[in-house]
Structures are given as C-alpha cells and as structure tokens.
Ligand binder design. Structure first.
Ligand code: ZN
Length: 195
C-alpha cells in the first residue's frame, strides 16, 4: 500500500459488541507498525472505548477515531487521546446526527462520516450521508478550521467523485482498492485520487 502511494492506513477495530463483528486489537496493530511509516488511522468501533485509548496509542496509532456513542464523556475521551499526542477523530454512523459534533468541531482533527453501518466490508454506499459531508464542509470553511472530513464505507470510483465534490478530504477504501482491476493497488488508488 505504501508503494501504491496510499496516504495512510485505515484500521477498523471491531469488538463484536459495539458492532456485530470482530477484527483486530492493539497487539496486531503493534506488529504491523514496523512494516510502514505511513500514518495509522485507527478507527475504534469498540465500547466502552475510553480505557482502551492508551493501548491503541501505545500500539502505534497516529490518529484515533472514536464514536460518540461509545463513551460516557466525549470531551474527556478526546483529552485522553490528545494526552498521548495523537490526532483525534470522531465518527458519525449513518443514523448519528451531525448536530452532535457541530458545536465542538474545533476539538477534532478529523470527522469520519460512515457511509455504511459499521460492521462489515463490502456494503453498499448510503448516498444520503453526503448531505452530512456538505454541512460539515460548510461549517469547517466558515469557521476556518483545519478539521478534515473522511468518508468510510462502500467507496467506489463513481461515488468517490461525488464524495470529493461534497467536500471530503480523505477517502477510505478496502474493497475497491483490493478487488478492482485485478487488485492493482497503485492503479486503484490513483483512480480514486484523480477520478
Ligand atoms: Zn473505518
């Protein structure tokens, strides 16, 4: 992925409780760390998340993204992530209102808009989520914030164009990068970036 010019590695951490699937934890992330200098963008779909932040920070995460529903105190979880000198992301499920983060947008380096319900790869993109992106884009631009907008779930070459047009800065892609064009990572990343 580094050779194929990915900008970062997005890692989906699932606990079989916050979402109905299990993936990997800090041990595996730590083992992966030595294979690349690309930033690790660690998306925590685990609940309660607060007490595990330290484990992922120490495992080598550069960005730690949490869901507001997964902590009793969002602000204190944000502070905890910052105390490890990591970038902070907040993730919005398709059913989570953007209003939940608008008043505190400046606290985040990243807002991750979920364009599928989290849990599994290969799901179909929910187009309505682009409305959320547009609202965030407007707010970020008006307030001149540095917060980036990332989109995650069902991204393909067609909707990547729509997402960028709506104001997305970072596209997360698994299936498209690994499966399109015979799994030609470099070509697929290039197409997502420039399409
Ligand atoms: Zn993710």
């Amino acid at each position: 992925l580094e050779k194929a010019k990915a900008d970062l590695i997005h890692i989906d951490v699932m606990d079989g409780h916050f979402v109905p699937n299990i993936t990997i934890g800090p041990e595996v992330i730590n083992k992966l760390r030595k294979y690349t200098s690309l930033p690790f963008d660690v998306h925590l779909m685990i609940s309660p998340v607060h007490d595990f932040i330290k484990n992922f920070a120490e495992a080598g995460a550069d960005i730690i993204t949490i869901h507001p529903e997964a902590t009793n105190d969002l602000v204190s979880s944000i502070q905890k992530i910052k105390s490890f000198n990591k970038k902070v992301g907040v993730s919005l499920n398709p059913g989570t209102s953007v209003k939940k983060v608008l008043p505190v947008l400046k606290l985040f380096d990243l807002v991750l808009v979920m364009s599928v319900n989290p849990g599994f790869g290969g799901q179909k993109f929910i187009k309505d989520t682009l409305e959320k992106v547009k609202i965030l884009r407007k707010e970020i631009d008006i307030k001149k914030l540095k917060t980036q907008i990332e989109i995650d779930g069902g991204i393909n070459f067609e909707n990547a164009i729509m997402a960028k047009k709506a104001g997305v800065d970072i596209l997360v892609s698994g299936t498209t990068i690994f499966k399109e064009n015979g799994g030609n990572l470099e070509k697929n990343i290039q197409l997502l970036r420039t399409g």
